[in-house]
Ligand binder design. Structure first.
Ligand code: SAJ
Length: 448
């Protein structure tokens, strides 16, 4: 019999199950996807995370971790399944999809025994632990949370790309439906986590997780609004932020193409959907961050050097630098805005798996071949500040693309070398560049 069943073997569940197994627990990892389970049984994982393969293989070869598609009776059940949101195409409002959590709770109900502990890790609306997980298990088993079994909400805080290190070193908030439940969960996490453990109730921990990512989204939106103001004024926001951050209590984040990843653009909707009347600031922040790409596109087109029918090269579709994860990438929002404007977007990324990737309203083809993406383009726009792009020279562009227009969403390229070579450079947060026309632009106007 397993000591711990971990439901969901994705970005959080797999490393968590592996760390629990290497800490000595008998762990059963469960995933509904048969292919994921088979691959793990054969020692493969498609998740690329520093140190993950080593921990996973240590866990499986110790015999302490086994993967399966169904759970079994266990002392502890940990739920790490996705809680995505989906957008209403008419209103743009997002609704939270708790079906995976509900389905796991239904699967646990016939397995649970008096005295067991159930932990929800998935990011969830406030109240999900007790009102969804606790209720479904109680209805299916006849056992009461807080009386017959223990129930907790214990979110993770890992930064994708650094998951293993952060799972071990980050502090955690442990939210118990009862204090006893929280102390039990704390004892489990302490077996592999060296960070501080703060004990509270389940609803406080749920709100805490949502506030952390929403706070970051709103703060990035503030940086993006400041960038827009700087573009209007004609000053350099990057310098202005550097100076403002000299204030001991100011820490303005970096503006950019918007916010990607499976957490920050998603989690604010858990609050907005539940409290629409009082969360206007959060909704507006989402809107600002989601329209940064469109704004860059408008500025590029305002130069007169990019028009419907032209090819636009998009550089970078990982949602942030130096990782291969394209989920909710702002590059896809930009590509979709480009298609709407009649342009032909082509996407390059040096590390994201080439091929088809889901965007917001359609799928996109991602290529690892920079030259073919630049070939024939009227303009190129950098979305992700990968280290591979840092050394791009004016020749890297001019050898392949006929256009002389470059957009920079991260202030990452060598602008003086590009400008010297005759390029118009449009940078997020730097105003005035779009009025500077080059020979290419003049030609297009004459042609039109
Ligand atoms: N970004 C900016 N400007 C910045 C910082 C980030 O535009 O100054 C953009 C990035 O380019 C990226 C997006 O925001 O597109 C999100 O990146 P991130 O590094 O801020 O965060 P994630 O999504 O990789 O991980 C976040 C983290 N949460 C916080 O920092 C509050 C992580 O600790 C959470 O565990 C994770 O969400 C999660 O799983 O919830």
């Amino acid at each position: 019999m397993a000591e711990i069943c971990v439901y969901g073997l994705g970005y959080v569940g797999l490393p968590t199950a592996s760390l629990l197994a290497t800490a000595g627990f008998q762990v059963l990892g469960i995933d509904v996807n048969q292919q994921v389970v088979e691959a793990l049984q054969e020692g493969r994982t498609c998740l690329k995370e520093a140190g993950l393969a080593t921990v996973v293989s240590a866990a499986f070869s110790s015999g302490n971790l086994v993967a399966a598609t169904r759970g079994e009776a266990s002392e502890i059940f940990v739920i790490c399944v996705p809680t995505p949101t989906s957008a209403d195409p008419k209103t743009g409002e997002h609704g939270v999809d708790l079906r995976a959590v509900e389905s796991v709770a239904r699967a646990i109900a016939p397995l649970i025994q008096p005295g067991n502990l159930v932990i929800l890790e998935s990011t969830s609306p406030v109240g999900t632990t007790r009102n969804v997980v606790g209720r479904i298990i109680a209805e299916g088993s006849g056992l009461k949370p807080g009386v017959d079994f223990d129930l907790c909400y214990c979110p993770e805080r890992v930064l994708p790309g650094n998951t293993i290190t952060e799972l071990v070193t980050n502090s955690r908030t442990i939210g118990g439906f009862t204090p006893e439940a929280a102390h039990r969960a704390k004892a489990m996490y302490e077996r592999f986590c060296q960070g501080n453990m703060t004990i509270t109730d389940d609803q406080t921990a749920e709100l805490c997780k949502l506030m952390e990512n929403t706070y970051r989204d709103v703060n990035i939106a503030v940086a993006n609004v400041f960038a827009r103001i700087a573009e209007e004024v004609g000053v350099d926001i990057w310098k202005a932020i550097e100076f403002a951050n000299l204030h001991p209590r100011v820490k303005i984040l970096s503006p950019g193409p918007g916010v990607g990843g499976h957490c920050i653009p998603v989690d604010p909707w858990f609050l907005i959907e539940a409290y629409p009347e009082i969360s206007g600031l959060l909704r507006e922040s989402r809107h600002v961050n989601d329209t940064q790409g469109k704004r860059m596109l408008d500025r590029l087109m305002a130069t007169g050097q990019l028009a419907a029918g032209d090819k636009l090269a998009i550089l970078g579709c990982a949602y942030k630098c130096d990782i291969d994860d394209p989920r909710e990438s702002p590059a896809f929002l930009l590509a979709e805005a480009a298609l709407e404007a009649g342009l032909k977007p082509a996407i390059h990324d040096p590390v994201v798996e080439p091929g088809e990737h889901h965007g917001f309203t359609r799928t996109h083809t991602v290529s690892n071949d920079l030259e073919s993406v630049l070939d024939g383009a009227a303009a190129a726009v950098l979305v992700t500040e990968h280290k591979q792009y840092r050394t791009l020279s004016s020749r890297s562009f001019s050898d392949h693309m006929p256009g002389r227009l470059v957009g920079d969403c991260r202030n990452w390229l060598n602008h003086s070398s590009l400008t010297l070579a005759g390029f118009t450079v449009v940078t997020i947060g730097i105003g005035g560049t779009e009025v500077r026309e080059t020979r290419g632009a003049a030609k297009r106007v004459a042609h039109a």
